[in-house]
Ligand binder design. Sequence first.
Ligand SMILES: [Mn+2]
Length: 325
Amino acid sequence: MDRMTETLYPAKALTDYLTRFEAVTILTHINPDADTLGTGLGIYNLLKTDRNKHVEIVNVSKDLPNYLDFLPGFGKIKKHADFEESMIISCDCGSAARLGVDINGRTVVNIDHHQSNEMYGELNVVVPDAASASQVAYRLFEQIMPINEEAAICFYAALFSDTRYFTTSSVNEEVFAVAKALVDLGAKPNEVAYNFTQRRSLASVRILQKALEHLHLHLDAKVATMFVTKQDILSAGARIPDMEGIVDYARSLATVEIGIFAMELGDGVRVSLRSKLADVSKLAQIFGGGGHSHAAGFTLKQCKIDETMDTILGKIKELGLLNET
Ligand SMILES: [Mn+2]
């Protein structure tokens, strides 16, 4: 192992933690995506091969994305953490608050790739250059144990998803090197792709239709906004996971630099931001959110959608986000 690998992926430190604890609680973030669940389940599938270890994987959200049910171990994801003295491994989560579990006083290994990560762990393995948290987990765990097929499928699916099927600016030689290694270990690219692209829920298409009805262009057509109201969500029969990816339609337009999608939920308005070049994580941070430079988001409590959009557009101008591009 070269020194670079040693600093980025502190395998020895991880081994020490794993030796000290008999039980491990794997935590994934609220409103889970394929990266947090794929990373968590990949690690779960690795750790559970040790018969002396107690391992649990937890996501506290009401709904899990059903299309991810092909990930080995998906049915084992629990809604509550039961272990009290376990070591915690958090996956793909920039802030402790997004875990939805009180981690005060606990030993946490934080595995992530968000630039905005708050480094809330005792051991923080945060690699912003990595395209997915699963890429970080793979590079870390491959040094200390054999990666089995179940884990390879999970890590590959997470990488496939967080790179938007290998199309984002984070895709480079290293991403393909990791993808190749995971395929060699048993991940089937066609099966993973099928699960992501050919198993849509009807509700996800119905809610997309509503969002497209509310597509508007602003600021010389450099910003596209889309939204869905509570009523839209109700009539489409959509759940939050059904709305993942809608924001990409806004960004995909030729003239558009920043795409914005807002959904009106019971407790406020949730906003997703996507950009081609501009750093939208700055914008998200102003509103108490976070994320990556080209994919970020935030939630505003008790807000109206039209006012929210006006405020966001104002901030885009104020920050000069479009001037950078
Ligand atoms: Mn991620």
